[in-house]
Design a protein. Structure first.
Length: 750
């Protein structure tokens, strides 16, 4: 699901994600349309947002995500001249616009039925509704819905904005139906996004030196005393810090995923939290950690014995997610392979094993309580006044069990309370239900600590008429009357971390793709993007833009040929391989290792590297640089002259047998697996990006020079191509640039 704020001013240079969202969605202060409570403790299901200015013009209201229009109402025109005192929209002499749009969003946040979600966005107090909107039609993310209007006259350029869902979809969105996140087992796997978290049990050991990568219990290897002496045995490390009895710590690991300031877009960030979310120690940055993930996974795998090394792909997932999340395609062997990281603790930092026994793993998709997410469903009387004991306890300064307006005003603005309220997910009836006005609002006629000046009957009738003029439930919206409300700014900020593409979104990225191919490849495409951090607008633009040409928008996952395939692909097995081209050396290697997958992985060398990465092939079963032998092409000597680089492989069985026996090329008996295995078909593209650090290239932006650089790296062209020598026609450089820019624009917020 792609999601963005309802106002989209252009992002400023080096503006952070949080700062930009706050600027897009300013407003909603206590006493001025805050979520979830008014100062008299009335439920308020959304936020009053202020439309930012674009020069002299307010930004239009936009759809936050692709959705179906389920309700619209054109606003009642404001009468000219003095406002009539009896007009229901001129409540207390101040005009309020009643234009409204309601969208139903049906999308996905991960893989599987429990990650398919439905929620609604409500845009209220519009002064104009876009004339193209019709019930039943799709409104795409970023499309204009209308113009912000007035809320009680003196607050113009405002909307009331809500995000709500029912019980079933709360459980799918949040991963649970009630209470705090359970830490007795690992978190959900159907949706994993954002930061990952490791809940450490009490008694966890921290070490001041980095332990060995292949030991789950901390050891180090002493230095070799001399060239001739054998390695001394490994030695155990002594912990320099141990968490206290009963002390539970949460380690948060966040990869930049291409976001943030230049120079830090490939960083990993580590922080430590107490169970209540309080920071422990100092934030720690591992610069370029994301760019180096592939090399680090290979390094860890190679520490193990040659016949027992774990698949680097599984190690990669361990480093990125803290566990293997593509469980149907990967297996971490040994299961207790250590995941050593230097993390902060109170007063210092130390190395800790994040894959130790008893460590539980989660992500932002679990809406953890240490990030202040709380499900509030203890308001029993179903009126519009908050009687939630949980929320009232947050506001009750005196501890007397009552919250008067002075306490409410102070606590709702308290910097310690505001973050908790912002992530409270509250269940209470809609304020837009015209059939329940008396039941929901009659408490205003009663004197209570939070309502010291009660309404008279005439006051109440004026309010009732005003609410009726704004209400739109019940109706054909599909909205449940009693539903869960999210603070909109927090919801959008949270779900922007997902980026899981729906079928309709992928169709807009690749309009030439068939519905069958979208369904065939979409889930693995999403898994690949999550695994390799292809989540920023720039990374998505380059990844999908290049793949649009390589795969013809998912229609070509195996290289095309004319005539006999063996003959056609023999061009890939010429003696040029002696100098380290594709690693093809035998008569039909060109066809056997032709381009397959989203990236069109080509050549015996690339296939062998990917097979090792997946654990399908052992490095120890073949020799490196097997191609440096002229006998493969029926030639002799230790070099191949330029004039003979187009020589085809020999078919002399004796020469082939001798070359095979001495050079031991990798044996890959089922190379078509890179095409027929849907996961591998997509994962080969992510592997290529990670191996060649193409995320670093993508993080430079989508300018002309960067697209050139990316194209050369994808194709393997020399640096002079496109600079001092022209692009070859088969590079399709114009199409690569056009697709990259187009797709980047689709992902971008403005």
């Amino acid at each position: 699901m792609l999601i963005s704020p309802p106002f989209l001013p252009a992002r400023l240079a080096n503006e952070s994600e949080d700062d930009w969202i706050n600027r897009c969605m300013s407003g909603g202060q206590p006493g001025d349309g805050a979520f979830p409570l008014s100062l008299n403790l009335g439920w308020h299901g959304g936020m009053h947002l202020i439309a930012p200015m674009n020069g002299d013009t307010p930004e239009p209201v936009r759809a936050i995500a692709d959705g179906t229009v389920v309700f619209t109402r054109t606003p009642t025109p404001q009468p000219s001249g003095p406002l009539p005192t009896d007009h229901p929209l001129a409540y207390r002499g101040r005009w309020t616009d009643n234009g409204v749009v309601v969208l139903r969003h049906e999308t996905e946040i991960g893989e599987g039925a429990n990650a398919r979600v439905v929620f609604f966005s409500i845009y209220m107090h519009l002064s104009a509704v876009h004339p193209a909107l019709q019930v039943g039609r799709t409104a795409y993310r970023k499309s204009e819905l209308g113009a912000a209007g007035q809320i009680y006259g003196d607050t113009q350029r405002r909307i009331h904005f809500e995000i709500v869902c029912d019980d079933a979809n709360l459980a799918r969105l949040v991963g649970r139906a009630s209470g705090d996140l359970s830490t007795t087992s690992d978190g959900r796997l159907d949706a994993v996004y954002g930061q990952v978290y490791f809940v450490l049990p009490s008694g966890t050991n921290f070490y001041d030196r980095k332990p060995l990568d292949n030991r789950s219990v901390a050891h180090i290897q002493p230095p070799k005393p001399s060239d001739n002496a054998p390695l001394p045995p490994v030695q155990p490390l002594q912990a320099t810090h141990t968490s206290a009895e009963g002390e539970i710590l949460v380690i948060a690991l966040r990869y930049s995923d291409g976001h943030g300031a230049a120079g830090h877009r490939g960083s990993a960030w580590l922080s430590t939290l107490a169970p209540d979310g309080t920071a422990v120690g100092q934030l720690s940055e591992e610069q370029d950690a994301e760019y180096n993930l592939y090399a680090r996974a290979i390094e860890i795998s190679n520490v193990f014995p040659a016949d027992a090394c774990p698949a680097p792909s599984a190690v990669y997932e361990l480093l990125r997610f803290g566990r293997v999340i593509n469980t149907a395609n990967e297996s971490l062997i040994p299961a207790d392979l250590p995941h050593w990281r230097r993390v902060p603790y109170a007063g210092g930092s130390g190395w800790v094993n994040l894959n130790a026994q008893g460590v539980r793993k989660f992500s932002d998709a679990d809406f953890p309580h240490w990030q202040q997410w709380r499900l509030i469903d203890d308001s029993a009387d179903q009126d519009s006044r908050c009687d939630s004991a949980t929320l009232r306890s947050w506001l009750d300064i005196s501890g007397e069990g009552q919250v008067d307006p002075i306490e409410a005003t102070a606590r709702l603005a308290d910097t310690a309370v505001a973050p908790r309220l912002a992530r409270a997910i509250c269940k209470f009836p809609s304020e837009w239900d015209a059939s329940a006005i008396d039941r929901r609002w009659e408490w205003l006629k009663t004197t209570t600590p939070e309502n010291p000046i009660p309404f008279t009957n005439s006051d109440f009738e004026l309010l009732k008429a005003h609410i009726e003029a704004l209400a739109f439930l019940p109706g054909e919206t599909g909205l449940p009357v009693n539903h869960w409300h999210f603070q909109p700014r927090s919801f959008i900020s949270q779900l922007r971390k997902s980026g899981w593409l729906s079928a309709s979104e992928l169709k807009r990225i690749y309009p030439a793709a068939t519905a069958a191919n979208i369904e065939k490849y979409r889930q693995k495409l999403n898994s690949c993007r999550q695994k390799y951090g292809i989540l920023s607008n720039s990374r998505n633009g380059h990844f999908f833009g290049q793949a649009a040409v390589e795969s013809l928008q998912l229609t070509l996952m195996k290289e095309r040929y004319n005539g006999d395939p063996d003959d056609y692909f023999r061009k890939y097995a010429k003696a040029r391989n002696f100098k380290g081209w594709l690693g093809n050396v035998e008569w039909n290697d060109g066809h056997k290792f032709c381009g397959r997958g989203l990236k069109q992985m080509t050549g015996r060398d690339n296939y062998s590297k990917y097979w090792i990465y997946r654990g399908w092939l052992r490095q120890s079963t073949f020799k490196q640089r097997w191609w440096v032998d002229a006998r493969w092409w029926g030639l002799s000597g230790t070099n191949i002259p330029t004039a003979q680089l187009n020589t085809l492989p020999t078919q002399n069985p004796n020469l082939v047998a001798a070359a095979r026996a001495e050079n031991m090329p990798p044996e890959i008996n089922d190379p078509d697996r890179a095409y027929t295995d849907i996961y591998a078909c997509i994962d080969t593209a992510g592997w290529f990006w990670a191996k060649n650090k193409l995320t670093r290239t993508a993080d430079a932006g989508v300018e002309f020079a960067t697209i050139d650089d990316m194209t050369r790296k994808i194709r393997g062209d020399a640096e002079s191509v496109g600079v001092t020598t022209p692009w070859p026609a088969d590079a399709n450089r114009p199409q690569r640039g056009q697709e990259t820019v187009r797709i980047h624009s689709f992902f971008a917020e403005y």
